[in-house]
Design a protein around this ligand. Sequence first.
Ligand code: MF3
Ligand code: CO
Length: 256
Amino acid sequence: MIVRKTAAELEKMRQSGLLVWKVLEALRALVREGVTTQDLEVVAERMIKDAGARPAFKGYYVPAAGAKYPYVLCTSVNEEIVHGMPSARRVLKSGDIVSIDTGVELHGYYGDSAITLPVGEITPQAGKLLAVTREALELAIDQARPGNRLSDICATVQRHVESNGFSVVREYVGHGIGTQLHEEPQIPNYVDRRGENPRLKEGMVLAIEPMVNAGGPESQVLSDHWTAVAKDGSYSAHFEHCVAVTAEGPRVLTRP
Ligand code: MF3
Ligand code: CO
């Protein structure tokens, strides 16, 4: 069942969403050559706790991994797609791209968002990957309207990514969000004809999160049981926003 939220609930989700946005903006300002992904983790954890919120990822049980995720952030560098773990040994260098994904729970409601940032000078191909993934998310957000179907979001991401010569990852998907981090429906970044294809209704909140590889779509999980990487070693980008479906159109909760 897809839970629909009242206006009062959307207002709470807005608060969670804005906190996630503030954290990501603070991290955006810190990312440069020489910074470690652990440096980012420390800042994010402090900001979330100071705001009276709880980091949503830390301790979150992920069935596919069979374990609880141990950090506030997922920091996925270059060919890492998602669930990259912050580390004091991971020093960012010019030419890297780093996906920063985080979530919070505030007053019982969740917010979840991700950005991918360039470090120093990146190649034109990497720059195009970031632009196309960000565009795919924006185009998909515009489909989050009452009367559309879930597949309108999925197809929009897939079309934009593939027409630009990149691939969408199949193993990781977006999701509904509310009083749980992951609610129904699952939101693949491709058209999955096996899945149900519900109509979008007012009050639904969707975490749309394209994960895009510059090369092939195949992924694999490293021996740490968490880090998902592009099998061919190509760069991978990830952007995510929480979007409410309203009568007035899509309302992005995770930015001002
Ligand atoms: N943004 C991802 C998602 O929404 C990552 C969360 S998984 C966790 O599914 F392991 F970090 F909790
Ligand atoms: Co998410």
